[in-house]
Design a protein around this ligand. Sequence first.
Ligand code: PMP
Length: 461
Amino acid sequence: MNMITNHLPTAELQALDAAHHMHPFTDANGLATKGARIITRGKGVWLTDSEGNQIIDGMAGLWCVNIGYGRKELAEVAARQMEELAYYNTFFQTTHVPAIALAAKIAELAPGDLNHVFFAGSGSEANDTNIRLVRRYWDVKGQPERRIIIGRKNGYHGSTMGGGSLGGMAPIHAHGGMIDGIVHIDQPYWWGDGGDMDEDAFGLERAQQLEAKILELGADKVAAFIGEPVQGAGGVIIPPATYWPEIQRICDKYGILLIADEVITGFGRTGNWFGSETFGIKPHIMTIAKGLSSGYQPIGGSIVCDEVAATIAEGGEFFHGYTYSGHPVAAAVALENLRILQEEHVVDHVRDVAHPYLKQRWDALADHPLVGEAKLVGLMGSIALTPDKAKRAKFPGEQGTVGFRCRERCFANNLIMRHVGDRMIIAPPLVITPDEIDILMDRAKTSLDECYAGLKADGLV
Ligand code: PMP
């Protein structure tokens, strides 16, 4: 076989890819016929593909490349760390400087008394850690029957057995089943599910499902509640303002541990370091990944409050950990990423520059004939596609068909936007400039217009 490099023709690379590479969340048959798009380079908010197209990345990879692509500092830190100490574990009473420094830095950045970090390789792994952490916590407290974790339908917490079970996505549960002791309440999706209700009243009603579920199960059986401050993979569902305060009140009232899954919302995405700050949530545990290293290395973790960490310690050895927990190269790269976020005031840029600028243009999309609502928090936005705005109607037939068509137009216009059902979502790198926002929005508008024209031609609107 020839050496496989960027220099091979696209079709040849695509054929090899289809023959040997099993893709995540992909229909392999569809991919084999069409061929995957091959990304070859990244710089700032821009990607290049094997055909030389310049694509603006409206999704920061998978919501992770917060500082943008191609920062040499991170490559240099990785190379240096590999030479000095490429690997060592953090099991059995050993440690190393990158893990120490990163844990201390995260404790400094995280709000309240979230002062302890258990490292993992990804967000899914970190959520698996959380299942074991909260159950172990209640064991040590002498309440081992408190095992149930309550999540939400259409929440996303990863795709390991644990993460997939915490999440509330039926297609994921359908492939492999669920682990025991996890139940779900409805999501706070007003546009889709709110009917005639006022948005604030709907937020309260959805939060109060938590209380009803706790009473149904018995508070002495419930270990924790988990939620994303803003549901990301579920379609960038920004909850009504009444939602999180009510969830917090209920968790406090029944002594339920509160886990905020900040895998997307952490590290600046919502205009604060953590989404919990934006929404006034006081979690006992935060799940982190993605923006922690801006995706330059696979790393995640659980940030744990003083009381939970002390209880776990009181119980003696916690039989849990990953070979790559606190991997020195990943930790060194994450630390350098946090230095850049902090020294270059990237979170301030999101709050004071990029968000306000994008918001003007994003909100204007609500006037488009295809768009039912346009929502944005920080640099995380969504629009709902609808055949009838006034009725907040869904398209007939399988959900996501129109979203898919719209995404295809975006791809054709060299814009990466993702669709979740018939919602289109964006989460660009946090360093995006107003000029780049203009390019992104011009391409988004063109793509929507083309999608609308196509639907009209097919008699669907
Ligand atoms: N939690 C949330 C909120 C996520 O968005 C994701 C990934 N999209 C995960 C967990 C899982 O992270 P990973 O893919 O790194 O396992």
